[in-house]
Write a protein that binds this ligand. Structure first.
Ligand code: SF4
Ligand SMILES: [Zn+2]
Length: 280
């Protein structure tokens, strides 16, 4: 396919996903959770191109050179495209750098890998900051490969409840303190996003994060092509059971964390539990 036609088809697919699943409209104020990578940069670019009220949000994790390169890239990109950027300093928000938190938890024998800790803290922070800045939607760069891997991982680990949170609009529990999370690239393949990002010359770091511990996801990622499984088939069949999964878990009660007042199904949110363990 010619590059021009590829770009047109790719953009149409994202447009259709936004429309079909009513991810947001022109009245929404959207924060794109950026990392400096191809997926979130593409999301940011397309939302701006389609005329939405969009801004970039990046959490500076301070993972050495990796964070510096990503931050620099996204700052330059936003400057060039005239997009407002919000840089959130991880250390300022939590009092410690990400690497420090991870190392201390590890030394206390807490069996959580880097990506799990990072994911919990980043989701918490993005939601809190998006709410504070009055954004109405939080967009992420998740693609169909991520989604298919997550569905399989949850299935293999017996975490079916976690799958109920998947889909183009994440989460099932509605609460005014949760900013709805949406995935405009939900049906886009990772290879296509890479190709699009390269054709568009986005200033993107294609290197993986040095702290990545997604070993289980990596093995699922290699398993999919090995057995010639189509990611579309995984997601399409998942869609058939998603409504009943959502129905099953949607009435779960939401409490407010007794430490930070953020919404959580338990008494204390996962972030406060981690910070508490850190200080013990
Ligand atoms: S790869 Fe893991 S540690 Fe690195 S930014 Fe992503 S979630 Fe965080
Ligand atoms: Zn809390």
């Amino acid at each position: 396919m010619e590059d021009k036609q590829f770009i047109k088809n790719f953009e149409e697919q994202v447009k259709n996903t936004i429309k079909k699943y009513k991810l947001f409209d022109k009245k929404d104020k959207i924060l794109v959770a950026c990392s400096g990578g191809k997926d979130s940069t593409t999301t940011l670019y397309l939302l701006k191109k389609f005329g939405y009220n969009v801004q970039a949000g990046i959490i500076d994790l301070k993972i050495g050179k990796f964070s510096d390169i990503n931050l620099n890239n996204i700052k330059n990109f936003c400057k060039e495209k005239k997009i407002k950027i919000n840089v959130f300093d991880f250390r300022k928000e939590f009092g410690f750098s990400f690497c420090y938190i991870r190392d201390i938890l590890k030394s206390k024998n807490i069996k959580l890998n880097s990506c799990t800790i990072c994911g919990i803290l980043r989701r918490y922070l993005m939601n809190k900051l998006a709410r504070k800045l009055k954004f109405t939607k939080l967009a992420t760069g998740h693609n169909i490969d991520d989604e298919a891997q997550t569905i399989l991982m949850n299935q293999f680990k017996g975490n079916i409840k976690l799958s109920a949170k998947q889909g183009p609009i994440s989460g099932i529990l509605k609460n005014k303190k949760f900013i709805p999370r949406v995935k405009p690239l939900y049906f886009s393949k990772e290879d296509d996003i890479r190709k699009y990002s390269k054709l568009m010359n986005f200033p993107v770091n294609y290197e993986p994060c040095p702290c990545s511990t997604k070993a289980y996801r990596r093995s699922i990622r290699t398993l999919i092509p090995k057995y010639e499984i189509e990611v579309n088939n995984i997601v399409e069949s998942f869609f058939k059971i998603l409504p009943s999964l959502q129905k099953q878990y949607k009435n779960e009660k939401i409490n407010y964390c007794i430490i930070c007042s953020e919404p959580t199904p338990g008494k204390e949110c996962k972030t406060c539990q981690l910070i508490k363990k850190l200080k013990q």
